[in-house]
Design a protein around this ligand. Structure first.
Ligand code: FAD
Length: 304
């Protein structure tokens, strides 16, 4: 269960006592504050706090450009200009603080994003809950035969049932041993910091994660991408929905230039120019490797 009744009551109480402020407020973000957006079987993402809005990005940019911004007729035009030209510091003026509950193996990928501030639940200090990520049947897939870092066909029938049963049994057995090592009934009981060693990577942890909008976009660009592992992508997708309501103009520019856009190499641009002139360019005549050509074709060909 992502949230206990006590946690739900705490969120309701927080939302029931709004305070007046002179600070910039994003109406879209206010609707998200404290709510838990459920992710996977026991996880969630919820906004604990935020700073700034689209106007804060524009305000910071106008400090650096001053009168020079007059030719940019509106805020949206300026934000799109900043995104297009990788002028990133104005986006760092906005911050977000999230409370995230996630499986440990997802946390290991997430923590690689070093440009954030993190405070994690301490399994030295506290006892972890018996909560494990067990994939939904449609996520129980075989190793991809074309991508070493990916999944292929979904497992079915007896094999799917056997794998699910092993995942559940292993998790519960490990947790039974964890509890039994901690127990002080008739024994000294092993320290929490040691007993946790046998717990599997699908157990849930929690953290507060604070990051500025520029680095959040970098995280989302990598983790909301189709190449990211499903289990982290669903968190990134949930955060995208929040960011779209928080800074709609900046998010629109991010979706267009980063998520929807593509970077072309010099060779790729040369190929586009030759194609526009009517030349039938092939991988062999492109100067690109097979992998580069496949990716280039993925950009220039419309999806089926
Ligand atoms: C699909 C995918 C597959 C991956 N596979 C692997 C894998 O197999 N093995 C693996 O180890 N990792 C893997 N990663 C993690 C990846 O290599 C990055 O560590 C991760 O995406 C964080 O990116 P980042 O360093 O740009 O982000 P951040 O740490 O948030 O940094 C943002 C930017 O700040 C700058 N920066 C931050 N810290 C430093 C620093 N100390 N020195 C210099 N510049 C810095 C860099 O410009 C960096 O791009 C994978 C990531 C993805 C998305």
């Amino acid at each position: 269960m992502p949230l206990s009744p006590d946690q739900r009551a705490e969120i309701d109480a927080q939302r029931a006592s709004p305070k007046p402020t002179l600070r910039a407020v994003s109406e879209g973000m206010e609707a998200h504050l404290y709510h838990a957006h459920e992710v996977l079987d026991h996880g969630f993402v919820r906004v604990i706090d935020y700073m700034g809005d689209d106007a804060a990005i524009v305000q910071a940019a106008r400090v650096s450009y001053g009168a020079g911004t007059k030719h940019v007729s509106n805020d949206e035009g300026l934000i799109r200009y900043l995104m297009r030209h990788w002028h990133s510091t104005p986006f760092e003026m906005c911050e977000i603080k999230l409370h995230v509950k996630l499986p440990v193996f997802v946390a290991r990928q997430w923590i690689r994003h070093r440009t954030a501030n993190v405070n994690e639940y301490s399994a030295r200090y506290s006892i972890l809950d018996r909560e494990f990520y067990i994939p939904a049947p449609e996520q129980l897939a075989a190793q991809s035969v074309v991508n070493n870092q990916g999944r292929g066909e979904v497992l079915t029938g007896e094999e799917a049932a056997r794998v699910l049963e092993m995942l559940k049994r292993d998790a519960n057995t490990a947790y039974d041993h964890y509890e039994s090592m901690l127990s002080q009934e008739g024994q000294q009981g092993l320290a929490r910091e040691l007993a946790r060693m046998n717990l599997p990577a699908n157990i849930y942890t929690q953290w507060y994660w604070k990051v500025d909008l520029h680095n959040l976009f970098h995280f989302l660009r990598l983790r909301a991408d189709a190449h990211a592992q499903y289990e982290i992508r669903v968190y990134a997708d949930a955060i995208c929905k929040v960011v779209a309501d928080w800074v709609p103009i900046a998010f629109g520019a991010f979706e267009d230039y980063r998520m929807g856009g593509a970077t072309l190499s010099g060779k790729a641009i040369d190929c586009v120019r030759r194609m526009l002139k009517g030349e039938a360019v092939t991988q062999e005549t492109s100067g690109m490797s097979k992998g580069e050509w496949r990716e280039f074709m993925g950009v220039v060909n419309s999806p089926e």
